[in-house]
Design a protein around this ligand. Structure first.
Ligand SMILES: NC(=O)c1ccc[n+]([C@@H]2O[C@H](COP(=O)([O-])OP(=O)(O)OC[C@H]3O[C@@H](n4cnc5c(N)ncnc54)[C@H](O)[C@@H]3O)[C@@H](O)[C@H]2O)c1
Length: 256
């Protein structure tokens, strides 16, 4: 039976994982590989991206690596060139890179604001800008931008909330403007996902208890549960889904 992403060329940004274990980017890359896609694993940490690509290949999939910082225009050019050179097309862009800021607004240094916006918003903008022309040439594509429930329900992190709000708006803009070219753009609005970056906070029992009580499903998600939804949005099964901000949060958004 044909796999549902068979032959699709997919760029995953932040495809490595910060530290041990599996983060959202790596999980998505692995899932895409398992579904038959050709995956370009992009990360500023080349070893981490290579680790993900190796695992995809070990599982019988197709993967290439591109070490790149999404805040660099030259690196974003390199990513798109690498994908076109390796796979001759770009079907899907999975924009996963995102970092927290950690400050309340009154304590937030201006340079932290700029840094987080550069990574979380400008990086996504620069990647979208570059994949849209080849997608149009190829008859369409799917852009999946990773956001957070923080864009709808503020966390005590002013720049993170603001930057994810910009990610949502950028995605809706692309959905409206480029739908006519059969390019779909959608957001995954993540709740509490059990990743190496998020887990340290839950080592404090009190925080874990409070966060778990906020989620109607009473558990955190595994990054693979996010990856499953991303695979759907990347696939032709989602051919009529465009401009959607889709929570993957166990119901957190309706309970906060
Ligand atoms: N983990 C959660 O609970 C949670 C909740 C809501 C939203 N999110 C979002 O999910 C996404 C992934 O988060 P994660 O914690 O799973 O991380 P992850 O493990 O998927 O990604 C981190 C990777 O991104 C790479 N990276 C960082 N900055 C980069 C840059 N400038 N250029 C290229 N690569 C870069 C890192 O090297 C690392 O390998 C983020 O957008 C985050 O905001 C996560």
């Amino acid at each position: 039976m044909e796999k549902r992403l068979q032959g699709k060329a997919i760029i995953v940004s932040g495809a490595g994982t910060a530290g041990e274990g599996i983060g959202n980017g790596k999980a998505a890359a692995l899932k895409f590989g398992r579904e038959g896609a050709q995956v370009l694993c992009v990360d500023q940490n080349g070893d981490a991206a290579a680790g993900t690509a190796e695992r995809i290949r070990e599982e019988g999939g197709i993967a290439q690596v591109c070490q790149a910082d999404v805040t660099s225009a030259a690196d974003c050019d390199l990513v798109v060139d690498s994908c076109l050179k390796s796979f001759q097309k770009i079907d899907v862009l999975h924009n996963n890179v995102g970092i927290p800021g950690y400050f309340e607004i009154v304590d937030l240094p201006e340079d932290s604001w700029s840094k987080v916006f550069d990574v979380n918003v400008k990086g996504m903008f620069m990647m979208c800008k570059r994949v849209i022309p080849p997608m149009i040439k190829n008859g369409g594509g799917s852009i999946i931008n990773i956001s957070s429930i923080a864009s709808h329900r503020p966390l005590p992190d002013a720049v993170y909330c603001s930057s994810k709000g910009a990610v949502d708006a950028l995605t809706l803009y692309i959905a409206r403007r480029y739908g006519r070219h059969n390019i779909r753009a959608n957001v995954l609005l993540l709740g509490y996902i059990d990743t190496p970056l998020a887990r340290p906070a839950w080592e404090i029992e009190k925080i874990k208890e409070i966060n778990l009580k906020q989620v109607p499903l009473r558990r955190f998600a595994s990054p693979m549960e996010v990856a499953n939804v991303a695979a759907f949005l990347a696939s032709d099964e989602a051919a009529y889904i465009n401009g959607v901000i889709l929570p993957v949060d166990g119901g957190l958004l309706v309970s906060l």
